[in-house]
Design a protein around this ligand. Structure first.
Ligand SMILES: Nc1nc2c(c(=O)[nH]1)N=C([C@H](O)[C@H](O)COP(=O)(O)OP(=O)(O)OP(=O)(O)O)CN2
Ligand SMILES: [Zn+2]
Length: 121
């Protein structure tokens, strides 16, 4: 049996989007309560009854959240232009070596706006 396992995380951070044209409001410093959904897919281990312990996802995520929470994202290496698209790619590069079956990362920036990334660079 195959399943997708999803784990959610939250962090608060400030940002500016310096590459936007003209006087776009997002060029000014502002903050978001981000939500990140990490999805892995794999075979359910028949004996244990899970794909793998979702604590393994937290183990990979916690050091990243430590960097990002209450940070100014633009100062984080690789997030100089922290759109949710580039943020999803940043998470993917950090997590894919550690999480077998990583198949989707969703970054929610506001209650109504999110980016879905499936590792297609
Ligand atoms: N494709 C993207 N579009 C936008 C991004 C992004 O990362 N990728 N980011 C932003 C800004 O970060 C902005 O701060 C988002 O806030 P806002 O425009 O207020 O978003 P809402 O969903 O709350 O907008 P409503 O107009 O209230 O629906 C902008 N775009
Ligand atoms: Zn923003």
């Amino acid at each position: 049996m195959r399943c997708r396992l999803v784990k959610d995380y939250r962090f608060e951070a400030a940002q500016t989007l310096p590459s936007l044209p003209g006087d776009h409001k997002c060029k000014r410093m502002h903050g978001h309560s981000f939500k990140v959904e990490i999805t892995v897919e794999g075979e359910v281990d028949e004996k244990i009854g899970w794909v793998y312990d979702h604590a393994q996802i937290s183990k990979a995520m916690n050091p990243l959240l430590e960097i990002l929470d209450h940070s100014y994202l633009n100062e984080v290496e690789g997030l100089e232009n922290p759109t949710i698209e580039w943020m999803a790619a940043w998470f993917w590069r950090k997590l894919s070596p550690q999480l077998p079956g990583l198949c989707e990362i969703v970054i929610h920036e506001t209650p109504t706006a999110r980016c879905v990334f499936r590792g297609e660079f």
